[in-house]
Ligand binder design. Structure first.
Ligand code: ADP
Ligand code: MG
Length: 345
């Protein structure tokens, strides 16, 4: 038997990274969530080689105070919660304080940031097995840039699971789309290998929002969807967005976007309620298209279910299910009959 010893900070972070950093797309998700949590209204994403060689995300958010920068790279360091009660009603996308530490343990990460009231920006990165931080002044407008180079260069087992540049970029682009579809007031750009892939201005009016949805999902969706916006005062739930007509059904589940309090989620209860609502108006094996937002009191949702935060748990699942089902069902029942019936084959 070998003696017990404490893992080095880098190794501990690399183990934790196994849970959240699967591929370039997961890095982009974590970094975009940070930018949004920092109140950014403009986020520029630049990647090379599907994100494997480079991911650079620049935002105009609050920035990080100089004295907090080194700490932000260490594990369990977060400005978003400080007590267990905070975890009971998290409104931010992040709260685990792990992303920067995890990512920087499996890549070459540099953080550059400037915070209001400082003379200049600062740059910091972590080095060696103890992940000691090295910082120096660096010009930067108020806001933050995170640069991630050579993802998994030191974790060959992970690197082996990476797919082609095209596939990795596809996943990454999907993450950008999904976040752009839940933060309409934020301008996004996405560049890949020096080419502009998306350039999205902030969308304020409904027309602008619909244009963004059409650009990011399917140009036909807006002509084949009904707008929905329902609130249940008794249970404090609101569902809004666009519900695809049954005639616009799909062979795949590729046009399904569901958000809970601005967070993209995969949830069985939600999937079930939606499926039930469409059941009588869709052919077997066909899938509806929708872009939907459920809003409720953050205290009614547990987001601390899984490190990737894709899963959630509702405190009162039955009420949520009933509300979703009945709202969608009523909406579908009210559309014109010729749109409602599956076309006869
Ligand atoms: P979490 O988001 O769970 O708090 P992270 O490791 O992702 O943990 O980030 C650690 C901390 O670094 C955040 O709590 C925040 O204070 C700061 N931070 C990270 N990215 C940004 C950013 N883009 N703008 C401002 N602050 C940031
Ligand atoms: Mg985070």
């Amino acid at each position: 038997m070998r003696r017990i010893q404490l893992l080095s900070p880098r190794l501990a972070n690399q183990i934790a990274a196994g849970e959240v950093v699967e591929r370039p797309a997961s890095v982009v998700k974590e970094l975009l969530e940070n930018s949004i949590d920092a109140g950014a209204t403009r986020i520029d994403v630049e990647v090379e080689n599907g994100g494997v060689r480079l991911i650079r995300i620049r935002d105009n958010g609050s920035g990080i105070p100089k004295d907090d920068m080194a700490l932000s790279l260490s594990r369990h360091a977060t400005s978003k919660i400080s007590a267990l009660e905070d975890l009971e009603s998290v409104a931010s996308l992040g709260f685990r304080g792990e992303a920067l530490a995890s990512i920087s343990s499996v890549s070459r990460l540099t953080l550059t940031s400037n915070h209001e009231g400082q003379d200049s920006g600062w740059k910091v990165f972590a080095e060696g097995r103890d992940m000691e931080t090295i910082s120096s002044p660096a010009p930067h407008p108020i806001g933050t840039t995170v640069e991630v180079r050579d993802l998994f260069f030191n974790t060959p087992a992970r690197r082996k699971f990476l797919r082609t540049e095209k596939t990795e970029f596809g996943h990454l682009e999907e993450v950008v789309k999904r976040l752009a579809l839940s933060h309409y007031d934020v301008a996004f750009t996405l560049r890949h290998n020096q080419r502009t892939i998306h350039q999205l201005r902030p969308a304020k009016t409904r027309v602008e929002m619909e244009r963004r949805v059409a650009t990011l999902t399917n140009p036909q969706l807006m002509d084949n969807a009904v707008v929905i916006d329902m609130e249940s005062e008794s249970s404090n739930l609101r569902l809004w967005g666009w519900v695809g007509l049954p005639t616009f059904s799909r062979a795949q589940t590729d046009l399904q976007y569901f958000y809970v309090n601005g967070r993209m989620v995969k949830d069985r209860l939600i999937a079930h309620a939606v499926r039930q609502a469409y059941r009588d108006v869709l052919y077997h094996g066909r899938h509806p298209a929708f872009v939907l937002y459920l809003e409720l009191d953050p205290a009614q949702v547990d987001v601390n279910v899984h490190p990737t935060k894709h899963e959630i748990r509702f405190r009162d699942g039955r009420t949520v299910h009933n509300f979703l089902f009945s709202t969608l069902n009523r909406t579908l029942a009210s559309v014109r009959p010729e749109d409602q019936m599956p076309p006869t084959a």
